[in-house]
Structure formats: structure tokens, C-alpha cells
Design a binder for this molecule. Structure first.
Ligand code: AGP
Length: 608
């Protein structure tokens, strides 16, 4: 996600001062690059965040209106060239954008044929040139903007400005948030209310498919078909910090709640459901090599490693490729047998984890094809791998990784579909997987509605000092991840364990003070899990089960149940992990701990 902020007013305020200050409260949304445009003074852009931008702003950079942006890169490296705002050929139409324009390549080609010259690799720039193209018909700025918006497909939250009408700014929302700030003699546009609150608490949230025009004196909202929209303003009583968290108390909860949108963004433009195919643009350059790959070694750390363990099951069962999963910190010191028919696949949210990066370098040294599933565009791992898939999950601020894990599993399912359909997976099976992937966001949204029930469960077990997490097959990595979430935010002892492994030792720990979280959804291992639960109950252990909606039998056996919607076994970790993420969040919150920044941990481990 990126941060947008725009201002127009006649109160004698300096627009660049208002905009730069406002960007500071949006830095959590993106910090790859920053930029600002004032119709009276032109644009200033830089890699990095607000501090770097401020250094480049000339002393006399003043004006009554402008647009500004903080970038979280999705297309195009985080360089000055790709920083927003972007302009048309003549530098008269300027745009800042949050989202992904899916059809930007075809639009860019058509505009290029009409003589438009592009300066960046970003998808956003096509918006400015589209408006410019429509302006040539003499329909005026507002209608040209509306026509351009009707040409594009994808997600956007944008602000548009036209040099010849400096006090007017156009905003539009499709899938990315936009809020208007209504001041006296001044109006604002932003990605969230935090930069607006110092000026006014009167706001209007745009809905998808809506466009707004602001001038110093007034605002107007209409739909893409130009029909007017009347919407009452609301008064925000949040603090600026709460506004950054979307009204949630912590980034961790906000990011868990973003799950449905994260799945949609990871899938966006990458499924061909009618053919049961996945389309991964980032792998286009190595498609031939991938056909010859005989095995995959996944390298990762922490949560990303557990995502890799799920990927192992997916790829072996549905793509027929032998897979091994290695901790980055181990692989780099092994003497792995690797050749050009091996793919080393790195999974990393930050793209900067040194152990994973060094594992990629080791694989490359030994001749492997190196791939990445990375969230941070332009990060070191993304740059050093031969090809890869970006998560498009947006920045993850909470140190405990939650939405990135959901996105990593979704990307692994896409990779499984991509490789599986190269290797004999039938169109029928591919369509089934594609269809269920598309159904996941709604299923996850339904599951998230039960978060208060999980909060009360966390309170019920708040005195526990130990937890055992049990799972099998696809859900064994979920058990490991659930244990990691709980221990890293609440500092208590929690360990994941193969349910079949319990009798080889761990069951000795079980008593009425040592509860077990059992992932026992209706899948190929369900009956085995039920037997394991009986073994625990026979030793007076308390059991909380993650179970499939409608499973009344298990409720008679265990002490508590967290229900999840049914899905394909290979996709079940995407849903099953969420109650465990929420349980860890509420358990730690109940202890008054710093959930977003747990002690001793860093968001990106760039050291040995
Ligand atoms: C996850 O909650 C942890 N913060 C940590 O294990 C993290 O997953 C690990 O450091 C890997 O980070 P990466 O995905 O950025 O490479």
C-alpha cells in the first residue's frame, strides 16, 4: 500500500508544509520513495521517505495546493524515476496512486502508439497520459479524468491535479482507501484520516467506484457514470495514531483483519479460472528452465520457513515435484547437492533476511535456478534471485508476521497451479483449485467476524504458561506457526508438534496445566487427530480445537472449539492459521505486552 495526501486551500497555508507534515503520519504505508507536486512550483521526488524529500525541497517551494505520495513499490524498482507523482508528456497532468493497474501494459502500448512518451516503469504513469489523451478532445479536466478512470482495470486510490486548474484536485477510489477532509476554505484527500486530523475532523470516506472533486470552498462526489452521490460527513474522534491503524489498537490486529484483501491482492491478475491456470508474470523469463526443474529446495526463516513447509506438501502432491525445505541459516552451511535442474526458492517478507539471502547466494554459486516469493519490491533477495513472485501484501508493520504468511501460502498455491499444469495436473483439478482460491477471501472475512469469541478464549487460558500445538500434514506447519506467533508476542513456552510424534515424548508434558491447541479440521488426517485428542483427554489435558464449521462431534470431545469454513486440504492452512494468529494477539494483549514490537525481536533480521 502507498500513502496519498493532497491539499487545496486559500487560508494562506503553504501547501508543501501541509503536505510534508501529513506524509509523516503516512510513512507506515510505504517508505520506498516520496514525492510532491505543486502546480505553482513543479515536482520534487526522491528514493526514501519524508526526511529525504525534505532535504531536496527548495526554500521557495510554496503554493496553495498540491499532491504528495509515499510509495510501497509494486511495479518498478523503488527509484526516483518510479517515484510518484507521475506526469503526462507535457508535465501538466499529475497523479499519485495507491493500488495496481492490471491493464497498464496494454494501455501503455496503445498510448505509445499515439506518441506518448513514458518516463517510468510504473503502472501509475499511464493514468496521467490517459487523462492527457482525453483532454485533447476538449472535454475538460473532470470529464477527461472520468474517461480515463473508465479505461483502467485494477485497484486505485488516486489524486489527480491539472496545472491549468491549480485549485482543483480530483480523487477516485476502487479497492484502495480514499478519505476527504472538509475544512473551512480548505479541503484534503488522503489514504487515511491521520494527516487530515490536525486540520479538520470532518471527513467523508469514498466508496469503491466513486470520484470526488475538491476546491478550497467545496467538494463534490459522483460515480464513474457521472451520477451524483450525496454523503453526510462524519466526525472522526480517533487520534492520528489510531487512524493509521484503521481504528484498530495494534498493527498486528489490523494486518490480521486485512487477510481477505491480502489474498485478493496476491491473486490479482494471476488466475485464469476458466482454464484452471495461474499466470505469474515474474516467472515468464524462466518458464522453459522451470519445465526442466527436477526438484525444489525452499529456503526461508521463521514464519516464511513454515510457509515453505506447507508449500512442500502443495508442490509434491499437486505438481509432482520433489521438494525439501531448509532453514536459511542451515542451508548456507551445508554442502547441498545442487545443479542446474534444482530450483532454490527463497520465501521472505522483507527480502532482506541475511540467512535466507546467503542461502540464495549459496544456491546460485552451485548453479541452481534461484526464485523468490518476496513482499518488498526491489529488496536484495528480490534483486538477486533469477525470477520470482511478489506478494503485493503491502507493508507489514507488526513484527509478528501475519498477513505475509497468508500471502505466502496464496503465492505458493499459485506456484503449485503454475507448475502443476506444466506437469500433468488436469484442467479439471486446476479449475477446482482456482475456484477455491477465489472463494477464500469471503470465507476468511466470515471467519474474522468471530474474533471476539477467540478473544474470550484467550482470556480463559490467560494463566497458561505452556501450550502444545498439534497438527498433521498441511497443518503441521500451521501448528509450528501458531506456536511461533504465541511465543513471540506473549513470551510463554509454546511448541508445535506432529500429532503422530506426541507419543514419542511430548505427551509426557501433558497435564491439566498444559493445554493443547489441536488443528483438527475435516481432512485426510481428521480421524488420526481425533485419536490424538483422546490420548490427551485421557491425561486430563485441556484441548482447544480448530475445527471445520458444522463438526458437532469434536465439540463433545474437546474443551473449546474455534470453527473455520471448509476448503480444500491444500488451502486449509490459509484459514486454519488465522484463529491461532488472533489467539496469540489477544493472549498477548491481555498481558499488556507490546504486541507490535515484542521484546528482543526486529522486523527484518539482517544480521547472522
Ligand atoms: C515472524 O513472526 C517473525 N517475525 C520472523 O520469524 C520472520 O518470519 C523471519 O525473520 C523471516 O523474515 P522474512 O520473511 O522477512 O525473511
Amino acid at each position: 500500500m502507498c500513502g496519498i495526501f493532497a491539499y487545496t486551500g486559500k487560508k494562506g497555508k503553504n501547501a508543501s508544509g501541509v503536505l510534508l507534515k501529513g506524509l509523516l503520519s503516512l510513512e507506515y504505508r510505504g517508505y520506498d520513495s516520496a514525492g510532491i507536486y505543486l502546480p505553482e512550483r513543479g515536482s520534487v521526488k526522491t528514493p526514501g521517505a519524508v526526511a529525504e524529500l525534505r532535504k531536496k525541497i527548495p526554500k521557495d517551494f510554496k503554493g496553495k495546493s498540491g499532491i504528495a505520495h509515499l510509495r510501497w513499490a509494486t511495479h518498478g524498482e523503488p527509484t526516483e524515476k518510479n517515484a510518484h507523482p507521475h506526469a503526462d508528456c507535457e508535465g501538466e497532468v499529475w497523479v499519485v496512486h495507491n493500488g495496481i493497474i492490471e491493464n497498464f501494459r496494454e494501455l501503455k502500448e496503445k498510448l505509445g502508439q499515439r506518441g506518448h512518451k513514458f518516463k517510468s516503469d510504473s503502472d501509475t504513469e499511464v493514468i496521467a497520459h490517459l487523462v492527457e489523451e482525453h483532454l485533447t478532445t476538449g472535454i475538460g479536466f473532470e470529464k477527461a479524468a472520468l474517461a480515463a478512470l473508465n479505461d483502467i482495470r485494477g485497484t486505485y486510490g488516486i489524486a489527480l491535479q491539472y496545472k491549468k486548474e491549480p485549485d482543483r484536485i480530483i480523487a477516485a477510489r476502487m479497492g484502495s482507501p480514499i478519505v476527504l477532509g472538509l475544512g473551512a476554505g480548505e479541503h484534503f484527500i488522503a489514504s487515511d484520516p491521520s494527516p487530515i486530523l490536525p486540520h479538520t475532523r470532518k471527513v467523508v470516506f469514498l466508496e469503491d467506484g466513486e470520484v470526488a472533486v475538491i476546491t478550497p470552498e467545496k467538494h463534490r462526489i459522483f460515480k464513474l457514470d457521472a451520477t451524483d452521490v450525496k454523503r453526510k460527513a462524519t466526525k472522526i474522534d480517533w487520534s492520528a495514531e489510531e487512524a493509521q491503524k484503521g481504528g484498530y489498537e495494534h498493527f498486528m490486529l489490523k494486518e490480521i483483519m486485512e487477510g481477505p484483501e491480502v489474498i485478493e491482492n496476491t491473486l490479482r491478475g494471476r488466475l485464469i479460472p476458466a482454464k484452471g491456470l495461474a499466470k505469474l508474470g515474474g516467472l515468464e523469463g524462466v518458464t522453459k528452465q522451470l519445465e526442466k526443474i527436477e526438484r525444489i529446495i525452499i529456503v526461508a526463516c521463521g514464519t516464511a520457513y513454515y510457509a515453505g513447509l506447507v508449500g512442500e506438501y502443495m508442490l509434491e502432491e499437486h505438481a509432482g515435484i520433489p521438494v525439501e525445505v531448509e532453514l536459511g541459516s542451515e542451508f548456507r552451511y551445508r554442502k547441498p547437492v545442487v545443479n542446474e535442474r534444482t530450483a532454490v526458492l527463497a520465501i521472505s517478507q522483507s527480502g532482506e533476511t541475511l540467512d535466507t539471502l546467503e542461502a540464495v547466494r549459496e544456491g546460485k554459486r552451485r548453479g541452481a535456478l534461484t526464485l523468490g516469493i518476496v513482499n518488498a519490491v526491489g529488496s536484495t533477495i528480490a534483486r538477486e534471485t533469477d525470477a520470482g513472485v511478489y506478494n503485493h501484501a503491502g507493508p507489514e508493520i507488526g513484527v509478528a508476521s501475519t498477513k505475509a504468511f497468508i500471502s505466502q501460502l496464496t503465492a505458493l498455491a499459485l506456484l503449485t497451479l503454475f507448475l502443476g499444469r506444466q506437469r500433468g495436473m488436469t484442467a479439471q483439478e486446476g479449475k477446482k483449485i482456482a475456484k477455491e482460491l477465489q472463494a477464500l477471501p469471503a470465507k476468511l472475512a466470515k471467519l474474522l467476524e468471530r474474533k471476539e469469541g477467540i478473544a474470550s478464549l484467550a482470556r480463559k487460558y490467560s494463566d497458561s504458561r505452556d501450550f502444545l500445538f498439534l497438527g498433521r500434514r498441511y497443518n503441521l506447519p500451521v501448528a509450528f506457526e501458531g506456536a511461533l506467533k504465541l511465543k513471540e508476542v506473549s513470551y510463554i513456552h509454546a511448541e508445535g508438534c506432529g500429532a503422530g510424534e506426541m507419543k514419542h515424548g511430548p505427551i509426557a508434558m501433558i497435564d491439566e496445566k498444559f493445554p493443547t491447541m489441536a488443528i483438527a479440521t475435516k481432512d485426510s488426517m481428521y480421524e488420526k487427530l481425533i485419536s490424538n485428542i483422546h490420548e490427551i483427554k485421557a491425561r486430563k489435558g485441556h484441548v482447544i480445537a480448530v475445527a471445520t464449521e458444522g463438526d458437532k462431534e469434536i465439540a463433545k470431545l474437546v474443551d473449546d472449539v474455534m470453527y473455520v469454513p471448509e476448503t480444500l486440504e491444500m488451502l486449509s492452512p490459509i484459514l486454519n492459521v488465522v484463529p491461532l494468529q488472533l489467539f496469540a494477539y489477544y493472549f498477548a494483549k491481555g498481558k499488556g505486552l507490546n504486541v507490535d514490537r515484542p521484546r528482543n525481536l526486529a522486523k527484518s533480521v539482517t544480521v547472522e
